[in-house]
Design a binder for this molecule. Structure first.
Ligand code: LFR
Length: 496
């Protein structure tokens, strides 16, 4: 029979409510509801459409409970990292939560380093320096005397904010909290040093809880709205990437993961944070993982580049599915050029094809108006970047990587999976696409005492999904092109 759990999984491009049935060694997943997501403009700022998201989530939960015949053992929410909502003294949202791509964090890294030594921030938090991090969002509010910040009493990260609205408990789940750069990675608690150093209000921060604990149950209001019995609410890995990594179908040691979606998160699982000079200089992060592990990884801009091109082309009247784009990319010229996918300008939404062409021009490469060619350029550049980061992760962690496990919606782009294997010269194993929801559900099953460990969770995932393998081809040409890629990146670093 198995037991039923509900995962609410929020991504930057879409959200979904999934129903999972966990039995001895199998997980069956059913998608109950999927809805679009994306940042919206509010008076020139970028926010999340929170009321609509919450409405979709509630509908999905109601439908999932119905689909399970009312028999549900747990529910948990996960989301992207770093973003948050602020609550006032009454526990109400002070304003619509900002999207991390809003320009309010422009220039905040430099401001932070005037207040606190960069290396000290890294030694303390273990987190890579990205302007999207919670710490720079808060710093910008502080330096701009934000009235919302002045009214705020509690900060809740996105998934935990939804969970609070469902069950009434305010908490910060450890894996999600670790993305903020406000946590001391040694203690797993808020970093007094960083809050003090930057003059930020530590009193906003709620208690930190570990993944897998039961935090409450659906509130009476929600139950009456959905006409259901109370369902236990758990903290999963509230961070989507943490849940995804918990569901990587790997058993031995020499693997790296790539969680592929709007972002590409590439790294290894390690027992303790690595905050050496190498890790610092190479820009790696140490985020909290499920089961006491650390996710040592790098954020790579990911399919965002393609998503944004697609959005731009659609606005101009040409709507293309991801399948069509992949096919067009497959027919386009390989190695047309290379992008530094993490180039600063690519972070903000809008005008992506034009930004890409500006980048190509600036670096002395040919530009293109051909959509398939641009898609191919993005995929080639991502694959090359994965190769570069795997080399770095091997150096910084002292581990040899033999297999790359790719999970997440990005695996549906089979061309990218093959190019990844070609570029890195190693075996790529893909699946499951719904790793995040799987991890979310299996962490609940661990919390409920149904399964005993992350190893068991991974074994269950291996048993439950069809995985695909890609082996490297054309190694010689990729080696040759990699040398060009590196040269270009180095030149580009001089330019920008
Ligand atoms: C992926 C992700 C990444 C995080 C980025 C921004 O969805 O959670 O792990 O760095 O979104 O929050």
């Amino acid at each position: 029979m198995g037991k039923n759990y509900i995962a609410v999984d929020l991504g930057a491009e879409s959200g979904r409510v999934m129903l999972g049935n966990v039995s001895n060694d199998k997980l069956e997943l059913k998608e109950i509801r999927r809805f679009e997501n994306g940042a919206v403009d509010q008076d020139g700022t970028l926010r999340w459409d929170f009321a609509r998201l919450f409405c979709e989530i509630k509908k999905g939960i109601g439908e999932a409970i119905e689909a399970a015949g009312g028999k549900v053992e747990g529910l948990a929410v996960d989301s992207w990292g770093v973003d948050f909502g602020l609550l006032d003294a009454e526990g109400d949202l002070v304003e619509y939560p900002y999207c991390y791509r809003d320009s309010r964090t422009d220039g905040m890294l430099e401001k932070a380093f005037e207040l606190m030594d960069k290396r000290a921030i890294y030694a303390n938090s273990g987190v890579q320096f990205m302007q999207i991090n919670t710490v720079y969002q808060l710093l910008s509010m502080k330096l701009n005397n934000s009235p919302a910040l002045a009214r705020a009493r509690t900060l809740l990260f996105t998934a935990d904010l939804i969970s609070y609205l469902l069950c009434g408990r305010k908490y910060a789940e450890y894996t999600l909290a670790s993305t903020s750069q406000l946590m001391n990675m040694e203690t797993g608690q808020w970093s007094q040093e960083i809050f003090d150093g930057l003059g930020l209000p530590i009193e906003l921060m709620p208690e930190v809880v570990t993944p897998g604990i039961r935090v409450g149950e659906l509130s009476p209001e929600i139950c009456s709205e959905l006409n259901c019995e109370p369902v236990p609410v758990y903290a999963a890995g509230s961070h989507d990437t943490a849940s995804a990594v918990a569901a990587v179908p790997a058993s031995d040691e020499n693997w790296a993961y790539l969680s592929s979606g709007t972002w590409s998160l590439l790294g290894v699982e390690v027992p303790e944070a690595i905050v050496t000079d190498d890790a610092f200089e190479m820009g790696f992060t140490n985020e909290g993982g499920v089961g006491g592990t650390i996710r040592f990884l790098k954020n790579i801009m990911g399919l965002w580049l393609l998503q944004e091109c697609r959005r731009d082309w659609k606005e101009q009247g040409r709507e293309l599915s991801y399948g069509e784009l992949a096919e067009m990319a497959g027919n386009a010229e390989p190695f047309f050029g290379f992008l530094d996918v993490n180039y600063d300008e690519f972070l903000a939404p809008g005008d992506m094809p034009a930004k890409i062409n500006r980048y190509l021009e600036k670096t002395g490469q040919k530009t293109t108006e051909d959509k398939g060619q641009m898609a191919r350029l993005i995929l080639d550049s991502l694959a090359m970047r994965y190769r570069r980061e795997i080399q770095k992760v091997e150096k910084a962690s002292g581990r040899a990587v033999e297999v790359l496990h790719v999970v997440g919606g990005g695996i549906k782009n089979e061309l990218l999976c093959q190019l990844t294997a070609d570029a890195i010269g190693k075996k790529v194993v893909t699946g499951p696409a719904e790793a995040t929801a799987s991890g979310n559900i299996l962490v609940q099953a661990m919390g409920a005492g149904q399964i005993d460990s992350v190893e068991t969770a991974r074994r269950i995932v291996t048993n439950s999904f069809d995985l695909a393998e890609y082996l490297p081809r054309d190694t010689a040409i990729w080696n040759e092109k990699y040398a060009e890629f590196i040269q270009l990146q180095e030149r580009d670093e001089d330019v920008s």
